[in-house]
Design a protein around this ligand. Structure first.
Ligand SMILES: CC(C)(COP(=O)(O)OP(=O)(O)OC[C@H]1O[C@@H](n2cnc3c(N)ncnc32)[C@H](O)[C@@H]1OP(=O)(O)O)[C@@H](O)C(=O)NCCC(=O)NCCS
Length: 255
């Protein structure tokens, strides 16, 4: 996966969906036409209407060219891709994109679609979270999004204390989704690391591996991936900010 910011290949966006499906989040580019086409073909007519606001029997050549033409700055596109047991990419589960609304604007038009069979597994939330992170790094501060009033899933995704919503003349809703403050991974992660139930769910091997990585100061320099492994199988991962090295380490609760 190529990271537009650092110019390096990132590996911190592979993990598991709620149902255990391995996935990867990465930018969508010109080489992804076949993935995009297959994903569209698996969208139900209702999902197509929610995404494109029209009956959409097929993608045209110009649609496909547009959907795979992100430039990594004014037009960002991320895909959630299912992986097989060997970590090979199999199918596009969903894609999210945003397009800057004018030069130097800090606002971007958002669009998102998840294949019907993958809906309700958190893919939409994942894509929105990662796209927000990437867009923020490029000076974007909010997404604007037109949503059918009957689209409960999208309305749930865009609901938030800082979201503003208004009716448009065509009877749809327009959301202004102001980005939440970035999460401090150190603060959010430590309670999980010291939670014995979480450790029990991970299993002894994985927990030992997590502890080794905590004790290993190698993750203190720069943004590093904390991986959860059972044997040689990755079962999850979590990006750590460099602040984790300086974060207060809470004492585990003793029974
Ligand atoms: C809308 C859509 C993107 C949501 O994606 P998803 O992967 O199913 O959503 P998630 O599983 O990540 O759920 C996201 C949130 O929406 C809520 N949600 C999902 N479907 C819902 C529904 N039908 N009713 C109410 N809430 C719903 C979830 O509870 C979840 O809330 P939480 O993150 O606060 O816990 C997906 O349904 C879709 O692609 N629909 C068709 C295309 C579309 O509508 N695109 C948007 C137009 S731009």
């Amino acid at each position: 996966m190529f990271d537009y910011i650092t110019g390096t290949v990132r590996q911190d966006r592979d993990s598991l969906l709620r149902d255990g499906t391995p996935y990867r989040i990465r930018p969508i580019g010109v080489d992804d036409r076949h993935l995009m086409l297959a994903c569209f073909e698996r969208l139900s007519p209702e999902s197509r209407r929610s995404r494109f606001f029209a009956v959409k029997p097929a993608l045209s050549e110009s649609d496909l060219a547009f959907l795979t033409s992100a430039d990594g700055f004014d037009h960002l596109a991320l895909g959630a891709i299912r992986l097989d047991a060997r970590g090979e990419e199999v199918e596009l589960l969903g894609a999210a994109r945003c397009i800057r609304l004018g030069a130097d604007s800090d606002s971007s038009e958002l669009a998102l679609a998840v294949a019907d069979k993958a809906q309700g597994q958190g893919v939409g939330r994942l894509l929105l979270t990662h796209l927000t992170e990437d867009a923020r790094a490029r000076g974007i501060r909010r997404f604007r999004c037109e949503v059918l009033a009957t689209n409960d899933g999208m309305r749930a995704l865009l609901a938030g204390p800082d979201s503003r919503v208004s009716w448009l003349d065509n009877g749809t809703l327009e959301y202004d989704y102001f980005f939440p403050e970035p999460q401090d991974h150190a603060q959010t992660l430590w309670p999980y690391l010291v939670d014995p139930l979480f450790a029990a769910r991970l299993g002894a091997d994985a927990w030992a591996s997590v502890q080794e990585q905590i004790l290993d100061d190698s993750f203190s320099a720069g943004k590093t991936l904390l991986g959860f492994w059972v044997g040689r199988w990755p079962i999850g991962s979590c990006p750590l900010s460099e602040t984790i090295a300086h974060a207060p380490r809470p004492e585990p609760e003793l029974a």
